[in-house]
Design a protein around this ligand. Structure first.
Ligand SMILES: Nc1ncnc2c1ncn2[C@@H]1O[C@H](COP(=O)(O)OP(=O)(O)OP(=O)(O)O)[C@@H](O)[C@H]1O
Length: 343
C-alpha cells in the first residue's frame, strides 16, 4: 500500500514553446517554459513543488570497472545514453508537462505499507524492531517530458521500471516526492484495475461510468448502444453483475465506456492486452481516433506491435529513469536491441 497525501491542484501551464523537444533522457532534459503559471488557461492543475529539503549526504559512488567506464556514451546503469529529437508532429499545444518528477513509495520491509503511527506498535512486528524498518522504493527518478495535442505516446520498459507509477502520477493518484506535473483538463487513467461496481449489472455500470466521466443522463442514454456494441459483450450479460464477468469482459466494458468520450488526456495501462484479437483491433482504431480528435493518449504496454500501430512517439523507462524519448521505430528498435529490453 502507498502512503498518499492530498494532491494539490491549481496553477496553470500556458504559453509553452511547442517545438520538438530535445531530450537527454532522464538527466538533462530541458526545463519546460511555463509562462503565466497561474490563471488564464483552460482548466488545469499542477502539483506544487515541495518545500526545499536539505539534500541528503551523497551516497559513495561506486566506481564502474575500468573497462566499462572507458566505453564512450555508456551510463552507470550500463545503458547507452541516447539523445533523440522527438519527431515533428502536430505539436501545437502541450497537454502534459512533467518536470523532473520523482515518486517514491514507502513500504515496510515485510511488505506492509507504512499506513499510520499505530502500525508500529501493533502485533508481532512491534517485538522485532529490525523487521519493521520502512523501506523507500524510488519508482520514478527525475523524469521530464512534454506531451502535445495529437500525441499518442507508448510507454515501454521491463517489469517494475515505473511505467504505471508514472501514469498514476500524471493522473494525480500518487503524489510526487519532487518535481511538477502540469496538465490540461483531468487526465483519465484507464487501467485493468479501474473501478466499476462489481455488484451492479453491466448495464448499470455503463450508466455509472458514463456519469462519472461527466456525461449527462441523456448523453449516456444516447451513447449506451454504441458502448455495448463496441464492447462486444453478449446482450444477456448486461443484466448480470459485473463480478460474473471474466477479466477480459470487464476490461472490454471499461475500455468501451472510457473510450466513448473524447479526453484531453487518456492514459491506458495494459487494458488492451486482455481483450481478444478483434477487440484489440477495434481498440487500436479507437485510440487513433481519440488521438486525431486532438487529445493525447498514453499507452503502457508490453505488446510492442500495439504501440507501433497506435503511437507516434515512445518513452522508454528503465529503473525509474527516462532512457529514450523519440519516434516509435527508433525507440522500439533501441529497446528491443538493449540487454535491458523486453524479457
Ligand atoms: N503500491 C506500491 N507500493 C510499493 N511499491 C510499489 C507500488 N507500486 C509499485 N511499486 C514499486 O515501484 C516500482 C515501479 O513499479 P510499476 O508498477 O510502476 O512498474 P511497471 O513498469 O508498471 O511494471 P509492470 O510492467 O510490471 O507493470 C517497482 O519497484 C514496484 O515494486
Amino acid at each position: 500500500m502507498t502512503e498518499q497525501t492530498p494532491f494539490p491542484r491549481g496553477s496553470v501551464a500556458t504559453g509553452y514553446n511547442g517545438e520538438g523537444v530535445e531530450n537527454a533522457p532522464g538527466q538533462d532534459a530541458p526545463k519546460p517554459t511555463l509562462a503565466d503559471p497561474v490563471g488564464s488557461a483552460p482548466a488545469a492543475w499542477a502539483t506544487e513543488p515541495e518545500p526545499e529539503q536539505p539534500e541528503p549526504a551523497p551516497a559513495p559512488v561506486k566506481k564502474a570497472p575500468a573497462k566499462k567506464a572507458a566505453k564512450k556514451g555508456v551510463g552507470p546503469s550500463g545503458l547507452k545514453k541516447i539523445k533523440t529529437r522527438v519527431p515533428a508532429g502536430p505539436r501545437e499545444r502541450p497537454t502534459v508537462i512533467v518536470d523532473n518528477l520523482h515518486i517514491t513509495y514507502k513500504v515496510w520491509a515485510t511488505g506492509k505499507a507504512a499506513s499510520g503511527r499505530n502500525s508500529e506498535k501493533k502485533g508481532l512486528l512491534a517485538r522485532t524492531p529490525a523487521l519493521r524498518r520502512a523501506r523507500e522504493v524510488h519508482a520514478v527518478r527525475g523524469i521530464s517530458f512534454t506531451a502535445y495535442e495529437g500525441d499518442a505516446i507508448g510507454v515501454v520498459g521491463t517489469n517494475g521500471s515505473g511505467k504505471s507509477t508514472l501514469l498514476q502520477g500524471v493522473a494525480g493518484l500518487v503524489p510526487p516526492a519532487r518535481g511538477s506535473i502540469f496538465s490540461l483538463g483531468n487526465p483519465t487513467l484507464l487501467g485493468v484495475g479501474a473501478a466499476l461496481m462489481n455488484e451492479l449489472s453491466g448495464e448499470r455500470n455503463v450508466i455509472l461510468g458514463g456519469l462519472a466521466l461527466g456525461l449527462s443522463m441523456e448523453e449516456v442514454r444516447a451513447k449506451y448502444d454504441s458502448i455495448v456494441e463496441f464492447s462486444g459483450l453478449e446482450p444477456e450479460f448486461l443484466d448480470l453483475p459485473m463480478r460474473t464477468y471474466s477479466q477480459g469482459m470487464a476490461a472490454r466494458l471499461r475500455f468501451s465506456i472510457a473510450a466513448s468520450v473524447s479526453h484531453q488526456v487518456l492514459m491506458i495501462d495494459e487494458a488492451l492486452s486482455v481483450g481478444d484479437r478483434q477487440f484489440q483491433q477495434r481498440s487500436e482504431a479507437r485510440i487513433r481516433e481519440l488521438r486525431e480528435s486532438a487529445g493525447t493518449v498514453f499507452l503502457v504496454s508490453h505488446a510492442l506491435p500495439a504501440i507501433t500501430k497506435t503511437c507516434n512517439r515512445v518513452l522508454w523507462i528503465h529503473k525509474g529513469k527516462l532512457i529514450m524519448d523519440g519516434g516509435v521505430d527508433e525507440v522500439i528498435q533501441a529497446y528491443t536491441d538493449s540487454e535491458n529490453g523486453p524479457e
